[in-house]
Design a protein around this ligand. Structure first.
Ligand SMILES: NC(=O)c1ccc[n+]([C@@H]2O[C@H](COP(=O)([O-])OP(=O)(O)OC[C@H]3O[C@@H](n4cnc5c(N)ncnc54)[C@H](O)[C@@H]3O)[C@@H](O)[C@H]2O)c1
Length: 331
């Protein structure tokens, strides 16, 4: 899957045909300058292609992407890769700070060139495309909770900028393709998501805490910084509703339950290992002090809100991590 998607990211461009009306925007009034959407490829009208929905997922081998593909495949008999598609879920991008900072030039290329290529494909085949953007577009936010109308407080030259600014440009590209070519776009601003299949050693806070069965839980100072954690099945439900609905976004998808890092460590300690020690370590640059989605738009426009509380989701993730690490449950 990754190899195939890499090829897509390298090779697909677009053509100039156009078709009927674009969907109305929900994020301000840009409708007067929107071009009609492009004609789908003629192949899409063939008997074979009419028989079932074709969906391309980039990043489908990743954490959220693998759950999304499972859900989409439940009722479909899709082939793993058909390029003449109706929908594109564009998830391809490293999400963990350790990985996206490791090769920042590749990260920004993935966000900019990868998104351009997927938009080119969407334009060529007339597909609807959903971008998984991020709460990181708000940077270190000066308003709380974060609403979609907030333009953010991101550092353009910091070590996280390859990701934050990369996603901001990706959102810009989505809207420019929408206005200029009429591409049907959907943008989700994802807040921290957790659950089974997360990479065990990718350095994200929940996986870090869960995989440390007997080592201390290391909280980055000051420990009062907050995050909100959404269980992956809720996230996938939100993404599919956004794709299937009529609203372009950008729309926050996340769980508004807000925890300080110390509270998260205490909860993991209580639920998973009461004997574990909590220690404080130095923080990394540009770490946002608070993060909490305002999900009014998701509730009203998608009829979506998360169902799984952190206390119920953490043990499900712990089961998965124990299985993968071969660590038996505590008696
Ligand atoms: N998990 C979260 O908490 C979170 C939060 C905000 C936004 N997001 C966004 O959601 C999406 C999925 O996140 P995830 O947690 O599943 O990430 P992940 O790192 O587990 O998976 C990302 C996938 O993208 C693929 N990928 C990376 N660069 C690529 C490239 N150049 N070409 C092709 N494929 C490439 C990887 O191989 C991997 O399969 C990402 O776009 C991420 O930015 C995730």
């Amino acid at each position: 899957m990754i190899v195939e998607i890499q090829i897509l990211i390298n090779w697909f461009g677009g053509s100039e045909k156009s078709r009927t009306m674009a969907k109305e925007m929900t994020n301000g009034d840009h409708s007067s300058s929107i071009k009609p959407p492009p004609m789908p490829s003629p192949l899409r009208f063939s008997k074979f292609f009419q028989s079932s929905m074709r969906i391309l997922v980039t990043g489908g081998a990743g954490f959220i992407g693998s759950h999304l593909v499972d859900k989409l495949m439940e009722n479909e008999k899709n082939e793993p890769l058909l390029v003449e598609v109706d929908q594109i879920y564009h998830l391809a991008c490293p999400a963990s700070p350790i990985f996206y900072k490791y090769n920042p030039v590749k990260t920004i290329k993935t966000n900019v060139i990868g998104t351009l290529n997927m938009l080119g494909l969407a334009k060529r085949v007339g597909a609807r495309i959903l971008l998984t953007s991020t709460s990181e577009v708000y940077g270190d936010p000066l308003i709380h909770p974060q609403t979609e109308s907030y333009w953010g407080n991101a550092n353009p030259i910091g070590v996280r900028s390859c990701y934050d600014e990369g996603k901001r440009v990706a959102e810009t590209l989505m809207f420019d393709y929408h206005r200029q070519y009429g591409i049907e776009i959907r943008i989700a601003r994802i807040f921290n998501t957790y659950g089974p299949r997360m990479n065990i050693d990718d350095g994200r806070v929940v996986s870090n805490f869960i995989c440390k069965h007997n080592e201390p839980l290391t909280v980055q100072a000051p420990g009062t910084q907050t995050r909100s954690f959404c269980y992956v099945s809720d996230m996938v439900d939100g993404l599919i509703r956004l794709m299937e609905g009529e609203n372009t976004g950008s729309i926050n998808i996340g769980n508004p339950g807000e925890f300080t890092m110390l509270e998260l460590a205490e909860t993991v300690k209580e639920l998973i290992n009461p004997d574990v020690e909590i220690t404080m370590v130095e923080n990394t640059p540009d770490d946002p002090r608070q993060r909490k989605p305002d999900i009014t738009k998701a509730k009203e426009l998608l009829g979506w809100e998360p169902k799984i509380k952190l206390r119920n989701g953490l043990p499900l993730m712990e089961d998965d991590f124990r299985l993968r690490l071969g660590v038996p449950r505590r008696k």
